[in-house]
Design a protein around this ligand. Structure first.
Ligand code: FAD
Ligand code: NAI
Length: 488
């Protein structure tokens, strides 16, 4: 047994060292150029976004077959499933980001990256106008593309609820997580200066999350964990006064999960004393209060920190693109076909992830990731088709017939995108999670502490790089042994 343990540890160390070495020592890349060695043109793919969809494409694409240009205002990939753990410091922000430069540098062919945002897409001229995000070095450029992969994600929706932009925080980006952390710590420190009977102290210590989807639930759970597991040790009496509230417009939270799991989560919230306001539609927000319709009644409740998590809406650049294409008549997102081609763009634009709407596909990382993988495979075939078209343009008349047959076969060879739903997982607090998972044709519904271990392993496995995996695992160990940090 001792020998087995020794050799396993040795094998584990060798594996970790190999992976870390491989990740930090990329191989030489094929340079970009106008043509391949045989004279055929190398086409340009412009990829917009550095999120789940675009990065999954980039990781799987044979970039030596194209001139690949990536445009995103965010120069890193963000592992969103662990974002709710960051405001309270269960996981550090740096552990869940991967710089886009390192992802791009590991690709087989050179990738040009612009830290910029797309302002406008012109499908007729096959151009995208981009603008740098760095205000000190402002530039705008018109990028020509042969193929555009549109993966700009979505923005948080407020359903035009008054006051939300001014007073609430969202949970979508790193800056949001930092903002929430500052607000929480500031509210706690300010409350500590007031007497326990002061209503202002009670207001400051009321943390409200609006939206009982997985984002809101996971954040409420993390907030309560922080208060009960860490703050309690350092500020025992104040921590007892903190109220964590989750407001949801529908009769239940987590509506995409099985009913039994929803009940489990709601029961746990009750046990943990997270206030669950169901059937509560928040109608307005000011600096210190929210107004909500609770059943038939209008209520006004004071809050100290407010986080808004009520789902997604299309970005302005997406709305502008929709306006240019006749077939784009859905307000929920860009309409695509079953090969992820944007309707109305004649095969030159593909759209993936949260910016799209396709019946049966939800705005999740899982969908965006699989779409990126699918497109990478499709682009391999598209390259062959384009090359064959070029060969046809160079061939003698007699050869064209047989090449046309080959071309036809290749074109029919591009399969439709098939989504493989692996299930849904959510952390619900107190080291418990729920899982609605499918393996093949079998469906499993799990909840509890064992599911939390499954949740942890699944998210570790999903991390983009080995480096992220190590950092997240270290963060979890750190919190287990040393607790969370209470400074801003
Ligand atoms: P994103 O990942 O949002 O990426 C969009 C990219 O486009 C970003 O890099 C952005 O900077 C860039 N961009 C924005 N505007 C422009 C522009 N004008 N030009 C160029 N680029 C632009 N899903 C799950 O399946 N499981 C989970 O556990 C899970 N947890 C989540 C937790 C949170 C807190 C959140 C917010 C979401 C979670 N999701 C989860 C959903 C998942 O993150 C999204 O479905 C996924 O990120 C969608 O991928 P995407 O590539 O379409 O968009
Ligand atoms: P969501 O759309 O899933 O949920 C938003 C919730 O807010 C809904 O239940 C809605 O009824 C409620 N709501 C809307 N307006 C309201 C109001 N005014 N007052 C009170 N409640 C209101 O949004 P979420 O959680 O941001 O998720 C977005 C996407 O990301 C989803 O597709 C989700 O599946 C995915 N995601 C998945 C996670 C996971 O699998 N663990 C984690 C986080 C997000």
């Amino acid at each position: 047994a001792l020998h087995a343990a020794f050799y396993s540890a040795l094998a584990g160390t060798a594996y970790i060292s190999y992976e870390l070495y491989r990740e930090s020592n990329p191989l030489p890349q094929v340079a970009q150029s106008a043509n391949f060695a045989d004279g055929s043109p190398r086409k340009t793919i412009v990829i917009l976004g550095s999120g789940w969809g675009s990065v999954s494409l980039l990781k799987n694409l044979d970039t030596s077959l194209y001139n690949v240009v990536l445009v995103s205002p965010r120069n890193y990939f963000l592992f969103t499933p662990l974002l709710p753990s960051t405001p309270v410091g269960t996981v550090e922000l740096k552990s869940i980001v991967e710089p886009i430069r390192t992802i791009a540098r590991r690709a087989p062919g050179e990738v040009h990256y612009y830290e910029a945002e797309a302002l406008d897409v012109d499908p007729a001229d096959k151009t995208v106008k981009i603008q740098s995000v760095n205000k000190d070095q402002e530039y705008t450029l018109d990028l020509k593309y042969d193929y555009l992969v549109y993966g700009v994600g979505a923005q948080p929706t407020t359903f035009n609820t008054p006051g939300v932009y001014e007073h609430a925080s969202f949970l979508k980006e790193i800056s949001d997580a930092q903002e929430i952390r500052v607000k929480i710590m500031t509210a706690i420190e300010k409350a500590a200066t007031l007497s326990p009977s002061d209503p202002e102290r009670q207001r400051l210590l009321t943390f409200v999350v609006v939206g009982g989807g997985p984002t809101g639930v996971e954040l409420a759970a993390e907030l309560k964990d922080y208060v009960d597991q860490d703050l309690k040790k350092w500020m025992p009496s104040l921590s007892k006064e903190i109220k964590v509230t989750l407001a949801e417009a529908l009769p239940n939270i987590l509506n995409m999960f099985d009913k039994s799991l929803v009940e489990y989560a709601q029961d746990l919230f009750k046990q943990e004393k997270i206030d669950l306001w169901l059937n509560t539609m928040v109608r307005g927000v000011d600096k210190t209060h929210i107004r909500a319709k609770c059943g038939d009644e209008m209520i006004e409740v004071p809050y100290g920190v407010l986080v808004w998590a009520t789902g997604n809406a299309p970005r302005d650049v997406t709305k502008s693109l929709m306006g240019k294409l006749e077939q784009q008549n859905s307000r929920r997102g860009l309409l695509i076909d079953d090969k992820l081609q944007l309707l109305g763009a004649e095969g030159s634009i593909f759209a993936i992830g949260d910016c799209t709407f396709y019946p049966g596909l939800f705005p999740t990382a899982q969908v965006a990731h699989q779409e990126g993988e699918y497109l990478a495979k499709a682009f391999k075939k598209i390259h062959k088709i384009d090359h064959l078209k070029w060969e046809m343009s160079q061939a003698a008349e007699a050869e064209k017939q047989s090449l046309a047959v080959r071309l036809d076969k290749l074109q029919n060879d591009i399969e439709h995108f098939k989504y493989n739903h692996m299930g849904a997982l959510a952390y619900i607090g107190k080291e418990k999670a729920i899982a609605d998972v499918s393996f093949g044709d079998s469906q499993y519904k799990w909840a509890g502490s064992f599911t939390f271990l499954f949740w942890k392993s699944a998210y570790l496995a999903m991390c983009l790089s080995f480096r992220n995996r190590v950092l997240v695992a270290m963060d979890w160990c750190k919190v287990y042994f040393l607790g969370r940090d209470s400074s801003v």
